[in-house]
Design a protein around this ligand. Structure first.
Ligand code: NAD
Ligand code: MG
Length: 386
């Protein structure tokens, strides 16, 4: 029987890599639901190609426009908004829900899917940074699989198979170092949105591409790893690896280190999650050792990547601090892309929010959502004099 897949965030970067996997494995996988924010035309095209029975356009305007234009196939049931997303995430026929929307917006649909007993393939990291304690508790209680799709966490998940937790020493997450890894530090003040949305190795959505440059992305991934693999911050390390071929390392107590390698494309991790525990042929060329290539590694430098230090601070502070880090970063990136703040003001804005928002120990989900909203508000209003 084919596994029935719901894809939230179908028109984005992870969405299009997922469609490549689905095209190659039509004998094993079937797309039964898709969602996007506002690109009705692209979503309608996907519904036509994959004969998708259920679709959601989150934006009410885009939904009304799509209704008027008749662009969706007649057999696709189209709905809208938070209710539509929740209904899609809990669709009776779905076996697995891939969460590839961007930002904290993924949290509600993820929790709904888990409560409905669906397995989850998790590309969205922000929802774990915001609500990790609650998401992990719900997943344990419902006995659902939470399959990490972020490439580093997918690598770690693969390396950990068959090894009990007490054999584990630490996790070492690899990071490309982003597009300004080798730029002189005094040129970073002049980084523009155009420069920060181009990545040398990965083709990704704009928010995560900026996050890669600042390494806020690796910061979010540290917090994501803390929740997924239940390790304290001092056992979570980061190493810069410019080629993005080793997707992370697991170090065991006897000093042995395992790694997972594949080319820098998300189709490998996505396919691993959707077919898990089975495997099938890759949809694109794999790592080729007949042509010589090098793999380099070096420690990250906090002067270049202050967001990474702030993420460790937030993780060590625990409580609502990771939620503050995430919300402040989301707004900082939004404002940087809108040319309201400078590149170097992204970490300043995060630091301002972390030091001026009251932390709470063991926050409830509602308290976290309150903190998230209050931090966004604060981050939108903060101005810098320089
Ligand atoms: P993207 O901006 O390219 O795509 C986001 C998708 O989500 C789009 O289809 C958009 O329409 C949809 N969307 C956004 N908000 C929505 C909402 N409220 N309701 C419904 N749909 C909504 O982003 P991306 O690069 O594909 O990243 C998606 C997530 O995966 C992010 O959390 C990112 O951190 C994570 N991730 C991405 C990559 C990558 O290679 N792109 C790698 C690892 C993790
Ligand atoms: Mg990643």
């Amino acid at each position: 029987m084919r596994k029935k897949v719901v894809l939230l965030g179908a028109t984005g970067s992870i969405g299009s890599s997922t469609l490549r996997v689905l095209r190659a494995h039509t004998d094993r996988l079937q797309l039964v639901g898709v969602a996007a924010q506002s690109n009705g035309q692209a979503l309608a095209e996907i519904c036509r190609e994959f004969a998708v029975p259920h679709a959601v356009l989150n934006s009410g305007d885009a939904y009304r426009q799509a209704r008027q234009s008749d662009e969706f196939p007649g057999a696709t049931q189209l709905s809208s908004g938070a209710e539509g997303l929740e209904a899609l995430a809990t669709l009776a026929e779905a076996d697995i829900v891939l969460i590839a929307v961007v930002g904290a917006a993924g949290l509600r649909p993820a929790l709904a899917a888990i409560e409905a007993g669906k397995d989850i393939a998790l590309a969205n990291k922000e929802l774990l940074v915001l609500g990790g304690a609650h998401v992990m508790e719900a997943a344990r209680r419902k006995g659902v699989q939470l399959l990490p799709t972020d490439s580093e966490h997918n690598a770690i998940f693969q390396c950990l198979q068959g090894h009990p937790a007490e054999q584990l020493d630490k996790l070492i997450l690899t990071a490309s170092g982003g597009q300004f890894r080798d730029s002189p530090l005094d040129t970073l003040a002049r980084v523009t949105p155009d420069m920060a949305t181009q990545h040398p190795n990965w083709s990704m959505g704009p928010k995560i591409t900026v996050d890669s440059a600042t390494m806020a992305n690796k910061g979010l991934e540290l917090i994501e790893a803390h929740w997924l693999f239940d390790l304290e911050p001092d056992r979570l390390k980061v190493v810069i690896h410019p080629q993005s071929v080793v997707h992370s390392f697991v170090q065991f107590i006897d000093g042995s280190i395992l790694a997972q390698l594949s080319p820098p494309s998300m189709t490998f991790a996505i396919q691993h999650c959707l077919l898990y525990p089975e495997r099938a042929s890759a949809v694109e060329a794999t790592t080729d050792f007949t042509n010589p290539f090098s793999l380099d590694f070096k420690a990250p430098d906090y002067a270049r990547y202050p967001c990474l230090r702030l993420a460790y601070d937030a993780l060590n502070a625990s409580g609502a601090a990771p939620a503050i880090f995430n919300a402040a970063n989301e707004i900082a990136v939004e404002r940087f892309l809108a040319k309201e703040i400078a590149y170097l003001e992204i970490p300043k804005l995060i630091e301002h929010c972390l030091t001026s928002t009251e932390n709470r120990p063991s926050p409830s989900l509602d308290q976290l959502l309150e903190t998230d909203a209050a931090t966004r508000d604060r981050a939108r209003k903060q101005t810098f004099s320089s």
